[in-house]
Design a protein around this ligand. Structure first.
Ligand code: NAP
Ligand code: F7E
Length: 347
């Protein structure tokens, strides 16, 4: 049985990837970090130990800031695959904690790769690095491809740039089967509530049920290529099943503004949203109730914004036979179904 180590197992992608790997019959070492409160809610329905199909789930304690814990895990379990998903992944917050973001997102990847080398796993362990469309930042071409130059615009993206090149370097210098998945935004009902799509589906459903008055939003004109996380973890898995390591973009090729996402969600919930004012004074008013349901709050602006991201996943389509199966509408449906049920449970 192959062993796969997943860092960031408690996050959005981790929760889908752990399930995918268990369904493939793997022994899955899901890495958790120390926490004073439970943080395994996304994995709550999984029981550690041997599963019905013979696969196995094991929780291991480790932190990307702590080499000793990583070395211990690598030595003890000697995984054939390492998926490095752990990160301080919030772009806005990375401006508040830039040093910590670099420590975990940049040096964390180095610690893991160096750990693979030092434990003698360089020729046997395959490594996936959670790289990001944020690397393209102030984009140099549209859509972005694997060959598009990087132009990062946040401490998060700059840290991920270091991790990207470290991954390439360990592939070239030590022959590690190391791949970068350059993933464009992907969302789901498991998305953290601080990210724009989930903030909107969660907030709008709560407003619909009278649990919340309004949403306070940042730059609604930013455009993103939003896919579904379930499809994207499939792509991560495929990258590590190839005969040679490589770097791939995963994206839908379709872009929307945060405003379009918000308008679609509110209209699905039967609001009649109309905009008044401009800039920080812009407001979204529900014509049916006359109430202000959206306001602009500059707290959510970023010192440097990434205005536009849209990816070309031709390489992944041709070499991995990967494609995004969920449409934009499917994504919104899935998130709204989940968040409406959640809001109803809060009434
Ligand atoms: P997420 O929901 O924010 O999950 C991040 C995970 O990292 C959580 O499990 C978190 O643990 C863990 N973590 C944070 N700091 C850690 C540390 N010091 N040591 C060990 N674990 C730590 O992120 P996601 O959306 O699933 O994304 C997964 C990865 O893909 C991240 O690296 C992200 O930067 C990258 N990425 C995401 C997207 C996207 O659109 N989702 C696109 C491109 C790339 P706790 O639960 O304890 O906080
Ligand atoms: O913002 C705008 C915001 O925080 C998307 C991470 O997974 O994807 C994610 O990073 C856009 C930005 O995601 C609000 O300014 C408007 O332009 O959902 P987000 P992100 O920054 O794109 C990439 C690929 C990653 O790698 C990251 O780890 O939406 N926006 N109003 C807002 N964003 C937030 N969070 N909150 C708002 O109120």
């Amino acid at each position: 049985m192959k062993t796969s180590l997943v860092t960031g197992a408690t996050g959005q992608d981790g929760s889908y990837l752990v399930r995918k790997l268990l369904s493939e019959g793997r022994r899955v070492c899901a890495m958790l970090r120390c926490s004073s409160t439970p943080h395994t809610a996304r994995l709550a329905d999984l029981t550690p130990g041997v599963q019905a199909n013979g696969s196995e789930l094991i929780y291991v304690l480790g932190d990307l800031g702590d080499s000793a814990s990583l070395l211990r895990i690598l030595e003890e379990y000697r995984p054939e695959e390492v998926y490095n998903l752990a990160a301080q992944s919030d772009v806005r917050r990375s401006f508040d904690v830039p040093e910590y973001t670099g420590e975990i997102d940049a040096l964390g990847a180095l610690r893991l790769l160096e750990g693979i080398r030092q434990t003698g796993l360089a020729s046997t362990t395959r490594y996936y690095q959670a790289s990001t469309s944020e690397l393209f930042g102030e984009v140099r071409e549209k859509p972005q491809r694997e060959t598009t130059p990087f132009a990062p615009r946040s401490p998060y993206a700059i840290a991920k740039l270091y991790a990207y090149w470290t991954t390439v370097n360990y592939r070239e210098a030590y022959g590690v089967f190391a791949c970068n998945g350059i993933l464009f935004n992907h969302e789901s009902p498991m998305r953290g509530e601080n990210f724009v799509t989930r903030k909107i589906t969660r907030g709008a459903t709560r407003i619909r049920l009278g649990l919340q008055d309004k949403l306070r939003m940042g730059n609604l004109d930013a455009r993103r290529d939003w896919g579904h996380a379930e499809d994207y973890v499939e792509g991560m898995y495929l990258m590590l099943q190839q005969s040679t390591p490589d770097d791939y973009i995963l994206a839908t090729g379709e872009e929307h503004s945060a405003r379009e996402f918000l308008e679609l969600v509110f209209s699905r919930l039967d609001f009649q949203l109309e905009w008044e004012g401009s800039g920080v004074n812009e407001r979204g008013i529900d014509r049916k109730s006359g109430k202000t349901v959206v306001e602009i709050d500059p707290t959510f602006f970023r010192p440097t914004e990434v205005n536009y991201l849209c990816g070309d996943a031709t390489k992944a389509r041709e070499k991995l036979q990967w494609r995004a199966r969920h449409s934009f509408d499917d994504l919104i449906d899935d998130m709204l179904r989940h968040d409406m049920a959640l809001a109803e449970s809060e009434r």
